[in-house]
Design a protein around this ligand. Structure first.
Ligand code: NAP
Ligand code: ZN
Ligand code: ZN
Length: 348
């Protein structure tokens, strides 16, 4: 057992503070990662504030982890000491059920081991995330970080990247498709970059007028403000696929109206609480509404390799660990361009 410096929420909704956690001694299939950078996902905030309920406290958030491998177990093959490695939202799963066999470990029938706010598969050992100096993980749930990508900008790919890459792939995004991205935050800006890299015409639908220039720089062809009711008339029936990354409750029916017949809207944003859905929003036009949860391990590696090929990383603002509570407040105000990444060297 090793004692590791970390930052976390001592109880639901409390500000994050310095704390120590215990990591296991590496087993034969484990690697030890010296964490260099960890992205700040809106899910960290939902969970540290227990907005999804059932949170396990004290909680050390962080599932957008990039670092350097410092030790490897005797059976480790994929990674070596000195390599850059990543860890996303899962650190284990049962490895035996049908979803695990299909590379859908996020839907493991036994429930996977989340990187934090849950337990290892022994269902006893609490997991702690990437707002920490080190993590110990089975190499099977770690990712190879391709050379040539800026490590700090890679961190957000481990959640925001794969969460938007996966639905684009599932719904067959291809050159010429008209893709709408709702909400230009951490997930949204990755959705824009990734859809553009697949050749799609991207329309950003945002509440923030001042993000128009950024949207185009990120690869969007169009930008529309959703506070203006005219947007919903102008774009009615125009989009093939919508990726909805909004973190707060909003009216899904209005966005469904923007789809062409048989078009699909995929929810990745996870606001707490229920939302009213009118059957005719789907029936008219035979529209489809789906959800998507992160991505499997193989798909996450595929996304990283795609990003290396296209030179894609996240647009980030690096912060010291000590500014995490202010960063959370700024994320809640949509005041981040477009992902905070914690420089873990600031934890001493
Ligand atoms: P984020 O950086 O805060 O981005 C969310 C964006 O939503 C904001 O930038 C803002 O964009 C828009 N927004 C915020 N409040 C709004 C409101 N009241 N009405 C309309 N739009 C609003 O968050 P994120 O890290 O991208 O995460 C987004 C959501 O996805 C969170 O709920 C998170 O938990 C969830 N998530 C899901 C998965 C998954 O696997 N499905 C994975 C990771 C995260 P504009 O300024 O452009 O309007
Ligand atoms: Zn996340
Ligand atoms: Zn499983």
């Amino acid at each position: 057992m090793q004692t590791i410096k970390a930052w976390g929420a001592p109880a639901a909704g409390k500000p994050l503070e310095a704390m120590t956690i215990v990591r296991r001694e590496p087993r034969p299939n484990d690697i030890v990662i010296d964490i260099l950078f960890c992205g700040v996902c809106h899910s960290d905030i939902h969970q540290a504030r227990d907005e999804w309920t059932g949170g396990v406290f004290p909680m050390v958030p962080g599932h957008e982890i990039v670092g350097r491998v410092t030790r490897v177990g005797s059976e480790v093959k994929k990674l070596a000491v000195g390599d850059l490695a990543g860890v996303g939202c899962m650190v284990d799963s049962c490895r035996a059920c049908a979803p695990c066999g299909d590379g859908l470990e996020q839907f493991c029938e036994k429930g996977n081991a989340p990187t934090y706010n849950g337990t290892e598969m022994d269902r006893k050992t609490i997991t702690y995330g990437g707002y920490a100096k080190e993590i110990v993980v089975d190499e099977r749930y770690a990712l190879r970080v391709p050379a040539g990508l800026e490590p700090a900008g890679v961190a957000p790919l481990l959640c925001a990247g794969v969460t938007t890459y996966s639905p684009l792939r599932q719904f067959g995004c291809k050159a010429g498709d008209r893709v709408g991205v709702v909400g230009l935050g951490g997930l949204g800006h990755m959705a824009v970059k990734l859809a553009a890299s697949m050749g799609a015409h991207v329309t950003v639908l945002s509440t923030s007028e001042d993000k128009a220039t950024d949207a185009r720089r990120l690869g969007a062809t169009d930008f529309a403000v959703t506070k203006d009711p005219a947007t919903f008339k102008k774009l009615a029936g125009k989009l093939d696929l919508i990726i909805d990354s909004v973190s707060a409750p909003h009216d899904y029916n209005a966005y469904l109206g923007l789809l062409r017949p048989r078009g699909a809207m995929v929810l990745v944003g996870a606001p707490p609480g229920a939302s009213a859905l009118h059957p005719f929003s789907l029936i008219m036009g035979g529209r489809r509404l789906a959800g998507s949860l992160i991505g499997g391990i193989a798909e996450t590696q595929e996304m990283l390799d795609h990003c290396a090929k296209h030179g894609i990383v996240s647009d980030i603002e690096i912060i010291p660990m000590q500014q995490i509570n202010e960063a959370y407040e700024r994320v809640l105000k949509s005041d981040v361009r477009y992902r905070f990444v914690i420089d873990m060297a600031t934890v001493r």
